[in-house]
Design a protein around this ligand. Structure first.
Ligand SMILES: [Zn+2]
Length: 162
């Protein structure tokens, strides 16, 4: 669920034309006032189970908004936008993705059976235009620490064939 308020307020003869994005989740059942990120016009909305029951209704100038939109853009002006957390215009995005989606690599050294996986560094130097190293990977030469770790794990019974 993601609803928008397309602001059509005319300011100095120019239509605001800003698309204010509410959020998923928070606005499923919600009643309140929300401000346009560009011109600050406050709109009243009443949403019931994701359905816009009332609104958006423009409120008189000077009305305090309950909340700001999460993100806003101007699709008629080359997608000029306000990202989440722009002071006084949009609210910060507090639902950060889980750490595994934040772009940090999570290197896997051993397979589920405990054997070293093939994609370890350092990889062999270029092996031609197609760059295929096949299945040969001298682990003892290339990654002696990994080989040591593997032998250690083997001793502790963490390596199995099935
Ligand atoms: Zn506006």
């Amino acid at each position: 669920m993601c609803d928008i308020i397309w602001c059509k307020k005319e300011i100095d003869g120019k239509v605001c034309n800003t698309v204010n994005y509410l959020d998923p989740f928070n606005f499923w059942n919600w009643e309140g006032k929300i401000a346009c990120a560009e011109c600050g016009t406050v709109y009243y909305i009443y949403m019931i189970e994701g359905w816009m029951y009332k609104g958006p209704e423009e409120q008189p100038p000077g009305t305090e908004p309950d909340i700001l939109p999460l993100y806003a853009d101007k699709p008629l002006e080359g997608y000029k936008n306000y990202l989440p957390g722009t002071e006084g215009r949009t609210r910060p995005y507090l639902c950060l993705p889980r750490h595994i989606y934040l772009g940090q690599p999570d290197p896997v050294k051993f397979s589920v059976r405990g054997y070293p996986v093939r994609g370890q560094r350092p990889q062999p130097k270029s092996t031609g235009p197609l760059g295929s190293a096949g299945f040969k990977w001298p682990i003892e030469e290339n990654s002696p620490e990994l080989w040591e770790e593997f032998l250690e794990r083997k001793k502790r019974g963490l390596v199995r064939d099935w």
